[in-house]
Design a protein around this ligand. Sequence first.
Ligand SMILES: CC(=O)N[C@H](C=O)[C@@H](O)[C@H](O)[C@H](O)COP(=O)(O)O
Length: 234
Amino acid sequence: MFEQLRGRLIVSCQALADEPLHGASTMAQMAKAAKQGGAAAIRANGPEDIRAIKAATGLPVIGIIKRDYDGCEVYITPTSREVDELAEAGADMIAFDATRRPRPCGETLEGLTAYMKSRGIRMMADISTLEEAEYAASLGVDCVSTTLSGYTPYSPQQEEPDFALIRRAADRLTLPVLAEGRIFSPEEAVQAMAEGAYAVVVGSAITRPQVVTARYAELIRKAGNADGREGSDL
Ligand SMILES: CC(=O)N[C@H](C=O)[C@@H](O)[C@H](O)[C@H](O)COP(=O)(O)O
């Protein structure tokens, strides 16, 4: 599977319950469009979406389950319960929060990775810092992805992708480092590859039209204001 991903684009097709495109058949259509455009694999949330996407595209699917547990910050595949559901749905690889923050149900990062290993599951560790990437590698994950940079309080809070983390992780680790998070333009994807990424994961810029629209609307509104047209009724 990894050879198929080297130097390629992975498209994240996710819409949560409060998003306009929520629903397995819509996500399967999105994934078909991504395949037509050249995506090598899909990242998807939840068993229903994963099954629909696999049936519609035949592409490898990196599965996650976003689930909130009371008072817990970890929400991407937090426990072995989600791992079981994803394996059952046929996910080809499972991505999970690989930060060292407390997990629900008394589970631990070490326990979760050991469990996946014992089941022969391919593991993508979603990390937010170099230290987390190195620790995940020491636990035997198959690859790391920079998914969580900017989403933990102790990682850089920035609008652009964390190119520095991509470069440092790619320099330090011997396993594949995937670039993921806030990659909006093809040029940024190319830069991520130049920093040493094995493959690039793009989500919102391709599959969340409300986010893409907001970026246009905001910039156009600001440009209009800068022109002194603010307040016009036209
Ligand atoms: C932080 C978090 O929960 N990230 C999620 C992880 O699966 C998704 O919501 C993102 O869309 C995905 O990581 C791709 O990133 P972007 O949409 O920025 O291209």
